[in-house]
Design a protein around this ligand. Structure first.
Ligand code: ADP
Ligand code: MG
Length: 809
């Protein structure tokens, strides 16, 4: 960046800041004195040079002017800059060829261009994903400390965060406790106060007698006197305060980065570069939604004038996130619909009725509706892309089975991918169960081991279904691979094993993905790519509100099964104070002696799966030894190797264990017909949706299911939350409550992959979401490909934000 660009940026910033002389640290005059000579050297046109000299920037007096004078002065300088600009574009071909290049170029510079940021520091920032100047502008504080309340020393109140401005009377290295530190006496017109800094003897030399200092912190008391203990401090000079006396930003830090330094650097970066930000939002939208300009929003989110401005900054920046998210989703949906010719299936009603007639139940209305939606999609000559939401036990698998049958009837292969072996086995068994109601099973001479089955009576030819999981022997796997490749298997149920590169389908026409949130982006698209634009059906038992679903999965069409099969029991749920735990154990004993099984979930330890596993192990041992010595207990946790986990779940499902002690890894969707009790320890640590999922594991049979929630500590909020579990049995309602109470970060965990980062936006803020969505739709309608000139910055921003997100459906 040339000196002239930087001059223009600084002045633009100053203008935006309302001529407050806050654009650069130390004030504009100081900056100009330093820069003027350098700038003069670059000008090569004599007329412009004399104009420049007239401005006399080297000896400017901006700081002493009133606002009116400052404006006039500024207008003069801009006038000159514009003249300079004009001659440049006339004379220089190059400049005309790259008119946009200069704007924003500085933002891609590495952090080391910031004064004081050495390579070693930049490396630390890199750990926080901050690599460029632009990244640092978007490195937002987590919160602010309010040091804006400046008080006379005599009015300081013990126990409150306050700020004083005073003069240092005396400062020295002192022994505090038994460590060396710094002690200072600071006074103002109203009195004196002692300030101490533990373990920081080196500070003393910064505190010259008679220097003016600002001190912010909580006022304490020592030997009857008020004092500041290790307060934030800042010498009062000609710089804008950044550590004290204002709303002070608190940044997320990493080892070796200190708050004071980080603030200095962010301030410097904001002051020096914010003017280079290209505000990509069309001004129409900004006006309509009353949003701040981008440079202001960035300045204010770091160093807000007050809380209202901080809030407005947050509003603008989170709007950006949601708006870009929506635009990207809309574009994907369009690409998907337009760009994906698919295979139109013929839907043979006879196959469907034959299947339905043989089921031991009739479909619920919701199932019928969803089935119609799916069949309509399958008939189109474009690939289906549909998300099927439905509570645990709402009967998604039957619907998926029908869709797979239709694919087979059309001579295509269908695949169903589940996140774990146990789930895949369960699906396989269930689907075979349905099929055996209709067709007759033909022994498959080659297979025999239960991983391939063959049914006649459905289609004009035998229908073959296979299970492909990682724990098969290599021989078995290879045989299956061959058969899949030769098209000798119609329906393949499996795990990740389905997307290994050895697996080649002859003609994949439908891919069903169960429990979508368990799969990463790449795995899902890997399955899709196994066929030529197969229809894709994604299933999830994690219900989320519609607006949010449209945002996150906006490129998928949405079907919802919002009704459970009739006669489904409500799992009786009770929250028990910890002192009644014994009663719960007695209850478990009784259920087990009646032939039932139980889950005991151990508390969630967020920071560490290792600790969680350890705690679960200890609990398992305690329960085995002291509480249920006569029963067969199993243990399940995330640190166990995959095959061991699968093994334990298999035992439990087969009824060989009475009680399964588990961390939260206990699989969503696993069906254990005889399990009747779900006991959750540390219940207040789980989200409502998760508790609801746990609860869905029991009462799958005719027998009454029970869920016992045992909190560790019961705050009033926790009590209220857990009471909801007792009363509410609708997963959607609980999910919405959960999002409201805990926020989306917790709700989605780390499963947001593939979406652009949401640093500020809250997906629970359905109003903002709706606003951003409406604006995105409006814009998309008027300029779907963002071709208009005024939308170019937006288009660039969009591709930047979405660059990392691969296909994720
Ligand atoms: P999901 O996958 O949505 O959790 P499933 O498809 O596994 O649910 O169905 C749960 C249980 O309910 C299965 O045993 C299934 O046979 C049964 N089921 C499905 N639909 C119905 C229905 N309409 N009426 C009665 N039972 C049903
Ligand atoms: Mg299921």
């Amino acid at each position: 960046m040339t000196g002239i660009d930087s001059l223009r940026n600084v002045l633009e910033l100053e203008r935006r800041k309302g001529y407050t002389d806050k654009a650069v640290i130390g004030g504009l005059d100081k900056y100009l004195h330093k820069q003027a000579g350098q700038i003069r050297q670059i000008i090569n046109n004599p007329q412009l040079v004399s104009g420049f000299d007239e401005l006399n920037l080297a000896n400017s007096n901006y700081g002493s002017y009133g606002v009116g004078e400052r404006k006039r002065w500024m207008a003069n300088v801009f006038g000159w800059l514009d003249k300079l600009e004009a001659t440049k574009t006339n004379s220089s071909q190059k400049a005309a060829a790259e008119p946009r290049q200069k704007q924003g170029g500085g933002l891609d510079l590495p952090l080391t261009v910031i004064k004081g940021i050495a390579l070693s520091v930049a490396n630390k920032f890199a750990k926080l994903n901050v690599r460029t100047v632009g990244d640092l502008l978007y490195f937002f504080p987590r919160r602010y400390v309010d040091y804006s309340r400046i008080k006379p020393i005599s009015e300081l109140i013990e126990g409150e965060e306050q700020t004083i401005i005073g003069t240092i009377w005396e400062a020295r290295v002192a022994t505090l406790g038994n460590r060396r530190g710094t002690e200072a006496i600071v006074g103002d017109k109203t009195g004196n106060i002692r300030a101490v800094w533990f373990n920081q003897p080196y500070l003393a030399k910064n505190f010259r007698t008679n220097a003016r200092i600002v001190i912010s912190g909580t006022v304490g008391r020592f030997k009857g006197q008020k004092e500041f203990e290790s307060p934030a401090w800042e010498l009062l000079g000609d710089k804008e305060l950044i550590h004290t006396g204002r709303l002070v930003p608190v940044y997320p830090l990493t080892q070796g980065l200190y708050p004071r330094q980080v603030r200095k650097w962010t301030k410097e970066t904001v002051d020096g570069y914010v003017g280079q930000l290209n505000d990509f939002l069309p001004s129409e939208i900004k006006t309509r939604c009353q949003l701040l300009d981008l440079p202001d929003a960035i300045s204010q989110i770091h160093y807000p004038n007050d809380l209202t401005m901080a809030e407005r900054a947050r509003g603008r920046l989170s709007f950006d996130e949601l708006f870009l998210l929506q635009l990207g989703v809309l574009a994907r949906k369009r690409d998907w619909k337009e760009g994906q010719p698919g295979n139109a299936f013929h839907v043979d009603q006879e196959v469907i009725s034959k299947f339905l007639q043989c089921l031991p139940f009739t479909l619920t209305q919701a199932q019928e509706r969803v089935l119609r939606e799916i069949l309509t999609d399958l008939k189109q000559a474009k690939a289906m892309s549909r998300l099927l939401q439905g509570e645990v036990g709402s009967g998604k698998t039957v619907i998926a089975t029908l869709a797979l049958l239709i694919a087979a009837a059309n001579g295509y292969q269908g695949a169903l991918m589940a996140p774990t072996e146990v789930l895949a086995e369960q699906h396989y068994t269930n689907i075979c169960g349905y099929l055996s109601q209709v067709g007759t099973q033909e022994p498959d001479s080659e297979a025999g081991e239960g991983t391939i089955r063959c049914y006649t009576g459905f289609l004009s030819r035998p229908l073959t279904i296979a299970l492909l999981i990682g724990s098969l022997s290599n021989n078995e796997k290879e045989r299956l691979h061959d058969k899949i490749k030769e098209g000798k298997v119609d329906i393949i149920v499996g795990t990740h094993a389905l997307i290994q590169k050895e697996v080649e389908f002859k003609k994949l026409g439908l891919a069903v993905i169960d429990e979508q949130h368990r799969f990463g982006v790449l795995q899902r698209s890997a399955l899709r790519q196994k066929g030529f634009n197969p229809h894709v059906l994604v299933m999830t038992a994690t219900p989320i509100p519609r607006t949010m679903a449209l945002t996150l999965y906006g490129d998928l069409d949405l079907s919802v099964i919002d009704e459970l099969p009739p006669g489904r029991q409500v799992v009786k749920t009770k929250c028990l104070e910890p002192q009644y735990r014994e009663k719960a154990y007695t209850f478990l004993h009784r259920e087990v002696s009646n032939g039932r099984q139980a889950f005991i979930i151990c508390p969630l330890i967020e920071e560490s799966e290792v600790l969680e596993a350890k705690a679960a192990k200890t609990e398992y041992e305690r329960l085995s030894r002291e509480v249920f010595p006569g029963l067969k207990l199993g243990l399940l946790h995330g640190q166990m190797p995959g095959n061991e986990k699968e093994e334990v779940m298999r035992h439990f499902r087969a009824g060989e264990l009475d009680i399964l002690v588990s961390t939260s890894v206990v699989e969503v969707g696993i069906d254990v017909p005889k399990a009747s009790v779900m006991m959750v320890e540390g219940a207040e640590r789980f989200g409502l949706s998760q508790l609801h999922q746990f609860r869905g594991r029991v009462g799958r049979d005719k027998e009454q299911g029970y869920c016992l929630l045992i909190p560790e500590k019961l705050s009033p909020e926790a009590r209220e939350r857990l009471r909801l579990m007792e009363k509410v049995h609708d997963g959607f309602v609980l999910a919405e409550k959960d999002l409201e109470l805990r926020g989306p970060g917790e709700f989605f965990g780390t499963h947001q992959s593939g979406l652009p980062d949401l640093k500020l936006a809250k997906l629970t803020d359905l109003r903002s979401l709706e606003l951003a969505r409406q604006e995105a739709i409006t814009l998309f309608r008027s300029d779907p490909n963002l071709k208009k000139a005024e939308h170019q910055p937006l288009r660039q921003q969009l591709s930047r934000v979405w660059a990392k997100g691969a296909e994720w459906s």
